[in-house]
Design a binder for this molecule. Structure first.
Ligand code: GLU
Length: 467
């Protein structure tokens, strides 16, 4: 079988948005799955809108998603010699011709075509003139006038176009620069792309591209046009449906594996399975199960999936993802073993890494700031005594395991006649500053005797000062 070579060819006119990331993922997964190659190409021929900063942002986003390309990045602006060579080929073989019709004249032809109830087309005025290169000449492709062009699409099935509806489109402008559909085809041919998976907004370009392949005597790739991603209101995904760029999700504290999982599932399925690890996706992905209908982007579902991935992720592996969020809060977290214990108490309760870092703060704080309402309500003078008793019990413990801690709490309960909740809640505020936290024994065990005693002592002073 022929080697599968796929590509991702973003235009560097902005960040990598989630729709583009999904296209990249499909191509990457398909190449990996088949033992093929994945090529990255930067379509920067629109000089007005393309920037190096955008290209860099796209690389960074792909790297964060761990979508690794095997070849490239190739920049179209560096490949003009190749395009000129292929234009020459089409001119020499009679598949292209010079045209000196002014833009105004072409516009008139288009209007006429439409008025006659047909297509807005160039009417072929220069098709047989045999013009040479002139000052204002463009080069047009000599498209067939009759018959059909068929996309044998791997997702949508056959899509048939009447050649009579297509026109002799421009392949090189009067300044000599080649046009979009032409360079895409030359790139895909010379990069030996076997499979083109892209958004179905490109379907209308495909017949033109197929005709160019044929004129150049090149073998057609497999086309797979994937339905676009829609917002919840079924309109095309845009900013108002939530964050759009991959980098924004990174900054909000999403795991790359969660975003990947979510994006792939938006347009591909494997039974009714929702949660996939990267390895599972690589194992199970196939073009056969790419859906025909558009996926609807649901930020809440993505968030829930992120929580699932955080929970399922080995704490060791989570550390590099979590660290930037800790650093943002000035938490150094040098002690790896301590951090792993901290993560274990938070990974089932955090929807994002940002949330996890915020929840981890109390584990690292030198001095705790209490949630005001919680402290007012729960650190009253009456709790000073049980807290003092607890301090004494904890100080006398040799080991600080959950079981020993439970024993200490029981002793205080017995001595004071208070229920566990009546002791645990003030202790929680004393140790974490809040009324919600991981299990109290876990917290006590991780913080360790010294910190716990200090915090409880501080809480006693606070409580005594309250009315
Ligand atoms: N550069 C095009 C885009 O960003 C992709 C072209 C293609 O996949 O053929 O939409």
């Amino acid at each position: 079988m022929k080697e599968i070579i796929t590509r991702f060819p973003p235009s560097p006119t902005g960040y990598l948005h989630v729709g583009g990331a999904r296209t990249a993922l499909f191509n990457w997964l398909y190449a990996r799955k088949t033992g093929g190659k994945f090529v990255l190409r930067i379509e920067d021929t629109d000089l007005q809108r393309s920037t190096q900063a955008s290209a860099d942002a796209i690389f960074e986003a792909l790297e964060w998603l761990e979508i690794k390309w095997d070849e490239g990045p190739f920049f179209q602006t560096k490949r003009f010699d190749i395009y000129l060579e292929y234009i020459r080929k089409l001119l020499d073989s009679g598949h292209a011709y010079y045209c000196d019709c002014s833009p105004e004249k072409v516009e008139e032809m288009r209007k006429k075509g439409m008025a006659a109830g047909g297509k807005a087309k160039y009417d072929g005025t220069c098709r047989e003139k045999g013009l040479g290169k002139g000052e204002n000449t463009v080069i047009r492709f000599k498209a067939p006038l009759s018959g059909t062009t068929v996309i044998e699409d791997a997702v949508k099935g056959n899509i048939v176009f009447q050649n009579a509806d297509l026109d002799d489109f421009v392949i090189a402008r009067s300044d000599g620069t080649p046009t979009y559909n032409f360079v895409v085809v030359v790139d895909d041919i010379t990069m030996h792309i076997s499979t083109i998976i892209r958004g179905d907004d490109h379907v209308s370009n495909t017949p033109k591209q197929i005709l160019l392949y044929k004129a150049l005597g090149a073998e057609l790739p497999t086309f797979a046009h994937v339905p676009m991603v829609l917002g919840k209101d079924k309109s095309r995904l845009s900013k108002r449906h939530g964050a759009m760029s991959v980098t924004e999700y990174r900054k909000m504290g999403f795991l790359p594996d969660a975003l990947i999982n979510y994006l792939v599932r938006l347009g591909w399925s494997h039974g009714d399975q929702e949660f996939f690890t990267r390895e599972e996706l690589l194992e199970k992905f196939s073009l056969d199960h790419v859906g025909k209908s558009a996926g609807v982007f649901d930020p809440d579902k993505l968030l829930a999936l992120n929580a699932d991935h955080i929970k399922a992720c080995d704490p060791e592996k989570l550390i590099p993802h979590l660290r930037p969020f800790l650093e943002e809060l000035n938490i150094e977290a040098d002690d790896r073993d301590y951090l792993i214990k901290v993560i274990r108490t938070l990974n089932a309760r955090s929807k994002t890494l940002a949330e996890m870092a915020a929840s981890a703060q109390f584990y690292y704080a030198d001095t705790l700031t209490y949630d005001e309402k919680a402290a007012k309500k729960l650190l009253k003078p009456a709790v000073a005594e049980p807290l003092q008793l607890l301090i004494r019990e904890l100080e006398s413990l040799e080991n600080f395991t959950e079981k020993d801690l439970e024993g200490a709490f029981v002793k205080v309960m017995e001595a004071t006649g208070l229920k566990l909740g009546k002791i645990a809640q003030p202790v929680r505020v004393a140790l974490t500053g809040k009324t919600a936290s991981p299990g109290i024994f876990e917290v006590v065990e991780i913080l360790g005797k010294e910190k716990v005693v200090k915090r409880l002592t501080d809480a006693v002073s606070y409580a005594m000062k309250q009315e």
